[in-house]
Design a protein around this ligand. Sequence first.
Ligand SMILES: *Cc1c(COP(=O)(O)O)cnc(C)c1O
Length: 396
Amino acid sequence: MEAADRVMTSTYSRFPIVLVEGKGCTLTDVEGRTYTDFVAGIAVCNLGHAHDGIAEAVADQARRLVHVSNLYYSKPQIALAEWLVGHSFADRIFFCNSGAEANEAAIKLARKYFKDRGAPHRFRIITMEGSFHGRTMATLTATGQTKIQKGFEPLLEGFDTVAFNQTEAVRDAITEETCAVMVEPIQGEGGVQCPAQGYLEGLRELCDKEGLLLIFDEVQTGMGRTGKLFAYEHFGVTPDIMSLAKALANGLPMGAMLAREGVAKAFTPGSHASTFGGTPLVATAALTTVKTLLDEGVLENCQRIGKYFHERLQALQSKYAFIREVRGEGLLIGLDLTCDGAPVVTACMERGFLINCTQEHVLRFIPPLIIKEEEVDSLISCLDSVFEGLSSRSEG
Ligand SMILES: *Cc1c(COP(=O)(O)O)cnc(C)c1O
């Protein structure tokens, strides 16, 4: 840990544990202590750690072919693209390596689409307050949080941020220069903020009426996290462009930008590229991940345990006044507190549970989707005792 503090940029404020091994929803640190993982690498390891099927597929592929340039075809990439097209609204896929890159591709595609249609003045994208779209210059500009942008000015031209969950605010922000509306179906980093009834439907209607593209950032909500393969399926609304990453390859770095045919055709040879995008190794991991999600009842488990977890948290809410709200969908759950969440995270870690806190006061639970009731039960007892301590301290 001292070495890390010496040789790496101080980009992260890390917890003082060194994790060396994992299996399913359990992680082990260098001192042999175990933790039940309700973070999953921030909604990444949806099938848990060291999944046998993925380990085997990756090892096998690594012996065969790890990387070839996108100047050539490769089988795992084609199979994965076909699978994604077959299971989503999209007709075409572009592969990259992260969520930010998937959003970059989405932003570039939206701009290019209007350039190609003879409307080069339409390049502005409306995004939402509290959103998170990544850390590259374009995606941090798209992100509606000043704390992410501070220090990196000048920001990029072409982004307008409006309040989340207000269709009116989007309507008012549309000008002749607007080309797209970009939104997370559920804001993850922003504190697990769910869309108001009719909000996403309203955005779709508005985009259709004004001839704008609708971009869904499903980097966090996609790949089964909310109990459906993609969160948009909950709302009966389809975007024109969608970004994926995080859980796509269950921990190997992969992103994807999906689009319907009429939009995707704006990308032509030379428009965009990625050296590592969709390599045979990572595409194999992703293909195994998506098949396992459907074949092994993982989505059903996510729905069932998500509901159970939600109910158990609601029971805690009725017991502790400082719990403001329980919200979320599937296994993307937020517990909004009236107080600082950091001490709760630390206390849980000391008791063998990894949980996350976002926006200072929202505990975020994003475990592997294979999590079991017993594991939820243990976390609930842990939270109960931590909360008990908090409330007796505030009373005392
Ligand atoms: C994590 C996240 C990103 C950024 O992904 P990176 O892989 O870190 O670049 C973008 N959008 C959303 C919604 C995310 O949750």
